[in-house]
Design a binder for this molecule. Structure first.
Ligand code: UDP
Length: 317
């Protein structure tokens, strides 16, 4: 029997790539999205596919009945970039809490597995590095990122409770910084900002010292990790991110300039994005490697080139 997969946030960056993956495997896919940050254009190429359906709806308001039976639910809907989640604070809290509950209730009825897109932000501004799943984090519950961090922490707690008390097959993935085609050019994240600045011939914007670190994972690797994990019955949490390319934001800027052959040019330093901006971030992916035989394979250069080409097309330049 054909599997039916529901992907909330299906018109978003990660969600739309997951739609492609499951369709390529022969599954039926329902993408649910309220298009606050997701974009129907990410799914336009699937319009003629008879196994694909797009439902414009907000998961917080409830999953429409006519979505029907599903075997797997991937709850990817969220405001994922700091400028967006700071703009839509209550909506961010709702989609991680109520939205997650809607998915779990449907799963309790249908027997579906639910995979929840959690985040490296559950570790807050971490005091250990790299971050293993066993680290409880350093999150400010009333800080400038709390709407995102706490919505995801609450979502994790909700999955844990539904598994314990209602026997739902739940799985938590903690996604670290990921980039690639279909990111919005205006989402304000560092990879898109730097690439758009290179395309427009503008200086790169560094927030704070530029000494804060991130590790960057390419979308194809993330999709590979999520789908491997979704195929298990494991509860997680499991970290998915690139453990091998932690770098400072300044070093990322330098690398971007070098790859695209433009002179290194940073604008005047901007204030730190916020006082809880994590100063270091690198996933410990030992569990993903052991459990899923998963390691990211895409080089930063390949990934940046693919993303640059996509953004150039988006900007019409
Ligand atoms: N950042 C920057 N310049 C930009 C955009 C972001 O220096 O144009 C910094 C930001 O302050 C943060 C890091 O890059 O320290 C990563 O930011 P991003 O928004 O990509 O993701 P986060 O990991 O904070 O969710």
């Amino acid at each position: 029997m054909t599997r039916r997969v529901l992907i909330t946030g299906g018109a978003g960056f990660v969600g739309s790539h997951l739609c492609d993956h499951y369709l390529s495997e022969g599954a039926e896919v329902v993408a649910l999205d309220n298009e606050v940050t997701g974009r129907a254009q990410n799914l336009a190429h699937l319009a003629e596919n008879p196994r694909f359906r797009f439902v414009r709806a907000d998961v917080v308001a409830g999953i429409p009945d006519d979505v029907g039976h599903v075997d797997l639910i991937l709850h990817m809907a969220s405001l994922a970039s700091p400028p967006f989640y700071k703009r839509f604070q209550v909506e961010t809290l709702e989609v991680g809490s109520l939205g997650t509950q809607r998915c779990l209730e449907l799963a309790a009825k249908t027997g579906a597995r639910v995979v929840f897109a959690s985040t490296s932000e559950v570790y807050g501004d971490p005091s250990v590095s790299p971050q293993p799943e066993s680290y409880w984090g350093n999150v400010n519950p009333v800080g400038p990122r709390s709407m995102y961090d706490e919505s995801k922490r609450y979502g994790e707690a909700l999955l844990t409770a539904f598994r314990a008390t209602r026997g739902v097959n739940t799985g938590i993935v903690r996604i670290f910084n990921t980039y690639g085609p279909r990111m919005r050019w205006d989402d304000g994240r560092v990879v898109t900002s730097f690439l758009v600045q290179v395309i427009k011939g503008e200086p790169l914007t560094l927030h704070g010292s530029g000494q804060q670190t991130r590790s960057f994972c390419y979308i194809a690797d993330l999709v590979d990790g999520i789908t491997r994990f979704a195929a298990t019955d494991h509860a997680g949490p499991v970290n998915l991110g690139n453990p091998d390319n932690e770098m400072t934001i300044r070093a990322l800027g330098e690398r971007v300039c070098q790859i695209f052959g433009v002179p290194e040019s940073f604008g005047p330093p901007l204030p730190r994005q916020d006082e809880n901006d994590p100063q270091q971030r690198r996933p410990d992916t030992t569990l993903a490697k052991t459990l899923l035989d998963w390691v990211p394979k895409t080089s930063l250069e390949f990934g940046l080139r693919a993303t640059h080409a996509y953004l150039k097309g988006e900007l019409g330049s």
